[in-house]
Design a protein around this ligand. Structure first.
Ligand code: DGL
Length: 377
């Protein structure tokens, strides 16, 4: 989804969402000239002692997973430490001057607001103190796209944040983690990676946070960017981007002060559906509801009615789709103007939920403003 300039009239910034266009950036250093074919720092002759500095923040996942002794296919995520991951990649310290921090050690199916806030705070602190030129976050693949999207909207720097994971545990035949970690460090160390927000790198492919999604339960080629395509590729010789960074400012927010974030539930649409999921969400105090609709963000009539009633009572309702690619068109099959709902446009349900949480925590509750913000990512 192309980033659009979001013109904010003075005083409308009640949400304190800001466009990162020099504010909060490392504006002391002009963004590196983006070259789509930046050479791999491992093959550039670094100026004397001036290897790029990369900090690795480890959260767990399969990349840190180890096989269960009593199972041919089973394993447990989040077993190896950040240093174990670094030690498994010969020559990593020739690509960048490395530092490592263990933020958590969990399977990413258990990723939560608390770890997100700790990660975001740590990243902003490291960049504000100029302690790294790039950051790699090792993470489970199940929710890596969500963490990447969250960080894409709360990191106050244009330095690269690269999330990497693996589909096979460290003890598997042809484990993919070490190669993915090396690729991630290459990208985090590459000047051409600046100004591209958070990225996900697996299987030699560089994806932007807005569009990347997991498309296969077990394949190493699971990550795709269905609407925009990948940003670029990594191999042993180079980090290659297909285009310069977007010239549009990123929509960013201050790191939320506390967890949990406002409750936003996802309602999954299917044939023969009634309004039970919507009523349950409202009954649990949801301030926002995201519809994972069928087709172009559609759903059964009783559900449409329940969602519209919720919207008219001040709950933010966003129509996304379970389909997996394409954009939910505003006022097409359903009339958002009449219903009081917002179209997610190209954002999938999980990322729509996160954007809604960030808007709510920043006091944005006007559906018209929410729609403009969805159009700005
Ligand atoms: N437990 C899942 C996770 O941590 C495994 C998937 C993976 O990391 O590849 O996301």
């Amino acid at each position: 989804m192309a980033r659009k300039t979001l013109l904010r009239l003075a005083g409308l910034a009640a949400c304190s969402a800001v466009l990162v266009a020099g504010c909060g950036n490392d504006s002391s250093d002009p963004p590196a000239a983006s070259s789509p074919h930046a050479a791999d720092p491992a093959h550039e002759a670094p100026a004397a002692g001036a290897l790029p500095r990369v900090t690795i923040l480890a959260t767990g996942g399969t990349i840190a997973g180890k096989a269960n002794a009593n199972s041919a296919v089973g394993y447990t995520a989040g077993q190896a430490s950040a240093q174990d991951l670094i030690d498994a990649v010969p020559g990593l310290d020739k690509i960048a001057k490395l530092d490592a921090v263990q933020v958590s050690n969990i399977g990413s199916q258990d990723m939560n607001d608390e770890v997100w806030l700790a990660l975001a705070t740590k990243i902003n602190q490291i960049f504000a103190e100029d302690r790294a030129d790039g950051i790699v976050v090792t993470h489970g693949t199940d929710t890596i796209e969500e963490t990447a999207f969250f960080l894409d909207h709360v990191v106050a720097s244009d330095k690269p944040v690269v999330l990497v994971g693996s589909m096979r545990p460290a003890t598997a035949l042809s484990a993919d983690g070490p190669a993915n970690l090396r690729s991630g460090v290459q990208v985090a160390a590459a000047p051409a990676a600046r100004g591209r927000g958070a990225m996900v790198v697996l299987n030699d492919t560089i994806h932007g946070a807005e569009d990347v999604t997991k498309s296969n339960t077990t394949s190493v080629q699971t990550f795709v960017s269905p609407n925009t395509g990948p940003l670029g590729h990594v191999d042993a010789a180079a980090v290659t981007f297909g285009a310069p960074p977007s010239a549009q400012p990123r929509l960013t927010f201050p790191v939320p002060g506390k967890s949990p974030l406002p409750r936003v539930d996802i309602v999954y649409s299917h044939a023969g559906m009634d309004a039970t999921q919507v009523n349950d969400a409202l009954g649990h105090g949801a301030q926002g509801i995201v519809l994972a609709g069928v087709g172009d963000g559609n759903t059964a009539k009783p559900v449409v009615a329940a969602l519209s009633n919720a919207a008219k009572k001040g709950v933010l309702v966003v129509r996304s789709s379970r389909v997996g690619s394409g954009s939910v068109v505003r006022n097409a099959e359903l009339n958002d103007d009449d219903l009081g709902t917002v179209s997610a446009l190209g954002l999938n349900p999980a990322k729509s939920r996160i954007l809604l949480q960030l808007l709510l925590v920043n006091g944005v509750t006007d559906p018209a403003q929410v729609q403009r913000d969805f159009a700005a990512v």
